[in-house]
Write a new protein. Structure first.
Length: 365
C-alpha cells in the first residue's frame, strides 16, 4: 500500500511515517538561493550527468535524459539496480554527487543549488502506507492543504478534496477511517492525497506491489487514465515488466546503476539494445545458430511422432517439457538442440510433455 511524500505542499516525509512531516515554512539548507534557468529542450524533467554512488559501488552512475510534459515514464529494473536512487535524486530526498536536474527549465539541483523536496512542486507515492489512522479519508486527503506556505482557504480545501476523491472513486468513503477500508481503497486515498496539491510531477515507487494481481491491473488502468486526463508527468518505478510496458509512454531499463535503454514499449520489446534488455523485458529464446526470437515469433506445428525429412528454413524440432493452459492458448517450453535453455512458445494446440513439435521462426510484419 502506498504512502505519499513531498507532494503534500508543506510537508516532507523522510521515512514514510506520518509523524515525521516537516513544515515547508522552514527553509531547509540549500547550496544557493536562486535557481538558474537551464537548457532542457522543452522537457518537464531534465537530467544531465546525474550521479549518486555509494561506497560499495551501487547507486546511480552518470545518467542523462529528458521527460516531456504529460509523459508517463517507467523506470524498470531488478532490485538494487539504482532505480529508487534515481527517483529519490529527482525528488530531492537524495543528494547527487554530481550533475544537474531541471524541472521545466528551472534548476532544482546543480553545482550551486539544491532545492528542497517541499519546494519542487511534486508528489511522491511509495509502497509503504502513510495514512493517519485517526483521521477520516477526507481529512487525510485534505491535510496537505492545511499547513505551511501552501495553506488554502476552507472553501477551496473542500472543493479540491472533493475533486481529488471523486477522481479516484472514494467520495462515498469520505467519513470513514483507513482501517475501515480495503487495501485498494487505501491505495486510492494515497493517490488522492498526492493529486490534491495539483503537482507538476508525480513520482511513484513500487506503489502497487503489495496488491493482488487483479487489483493491480485495475488501479494501474485508473492511474494511466488520470495521468492522461490531467496531462500529468509521471515517473513510475517498478520491477514488473508487464506493468511498465502496459502503462508507459516510454520505459527506462536499468541495471547496475546504468540506464541500458530508454525507449517506447514497442521499440524496447522489438529492438532491445543489448542482451540484458532482451532478457529482462519479455522472454528471448537463444540458439547457437538460429537468430534470437520471442515466443510470439514462433509457429508451432505438432509432429505427432513424425519427424520431417527436411527442416524448413529457420526451423528446428523440439520436445515439449512443460505445457500450461493460460486461457485461449497454451504456453509450452521445449528442449531444442543447440539451445542452453528450453524455448518458450505459444500455441492453441493441446500439447503435453514428450510431444515433438516443429518450431518455425516467422518474420514480423
Amino acid at each position: 500500500m502506498a504512502g505519499v511524500v513531498g507532494g503534500f505542499p508543506g510537508f516532507v516525509n523522510l521515512k514514510g511515517s506520518p509523524d515525521l512531516y516537516l513544515d515547508s515554512s522552514i527553509d531547509l539548507p540549500v547550496g544557493h538561493s536562486v535557481p538558474r534557468v537551464i537548457s532542457d529542450n522543452g522537457a518537464q524533467v531534465s537530467l544531465r550527468g546525474v550521479r549518486r554512488e555509494f561506497a560499495d559501488g551501487t547507486g546511480l552512475h552518470e545518467t542523462s535524459f529528458d521527460i516531456a510534459k504529460g509523459e508517463f515514464v517507467s523506470i524498470l529494473g531488478p532490485s538494487g539496480c539504482g532505480k529508487s536512487t534515481l527517483l529519490r535524486c529527482i525528488a530531492g530526498l537524495e543528494t547527487p554527487d554530481a550533475g544537474e536536474i531541471g524541472f521545466a527549465g528551472r534548476e532544482v539541483f546543480g553545482p550551486s543549488v539544491n532545492v528542497p523536496v517541499n519546494k519542487r512542486n511534486l508528489s511522491m507515492v511509495f509502497q509503504d502506507l502513510a495514512l493517519w489512522p485517526h483521521m477520516t479519508v477526507a481529512k487525510n486527503v485534505e491535510f496537505p492543504l492545511t499547513t505551511g506556505k501552501q495553506k488554502v482557504t476552507k472553501s477551496e480545501r473542500e472543493q479540491r478534496v472533493a475533486r481529488a476523491m471523486d477522481m479516484v472513486g472514494i467520495g462515498a468513503k469520505a467519513q470513514q477511517r483507513p482501517n475501515e477500508l480495503s487495501g485498494g481503497q487505501q491505495q486510492r486515498v494515497a493517490i488522492a492525497r498526492a493529486l490534491v496539491s495539483d503537482p507538476e510531477l508525480l513520482l511513484m515507487d513500487e506503489p502497487l506491489s503489495a496488491l493482488d494481481a487483479a487489483l493491480r491491473t485495475q488501479i494501474r488502468s485508473e492511474l494511466t487514465r488520470l495521468a492522461y486526463e490531467l496531462n500529468l508527468t509521471v515517473i513510475y518505478v517498478t520491477h514488473d515488466q508487464s506493468e511498465a510496458l502496459a502503462m508507459s509512454d516510454r520505459v527506462a531499463v536499468m541495471n547496475a546503476g546504468q540506464v541500458r535503454q530508454f525507449a517506447d514499449p514497442v521499440e524496447l520489446y522489438d529492438h532491445p539494445a543489448d542482451d540484458f534488455v532482451a532478457g529482462f523485458v519479455g522472454v528471448t529464446n537463444t540458439h547457437e545458430t538460429l537468430p534470437p526470437n520471442r515466443p510470439e515469433d514462433l509457429e508451432v506445428t505438432p509432429l505427432n511422432g513424425k519427424r520431417p525429412d527436411a527442416l524448413p528454413a529457420n526451423s528446428i524440432v523440439g520436445e515439449v517439457v512443460e505445457s500450461q493452459y493460460t486461457g485461449g492458448r497454451y504456453e509450452i517450453r521445449s528442449v531444442v538442440p543447440g539451445a542452453a535453455e528450453p524455448w518458450l512458445a505459444y500455441t492453441r494446440h493441446r500439447l503435453g510433455r514428450g510431444d515433438s513439435v516443429l518450431l518455425t521462426l516467422t518474420p514480423r510484419t
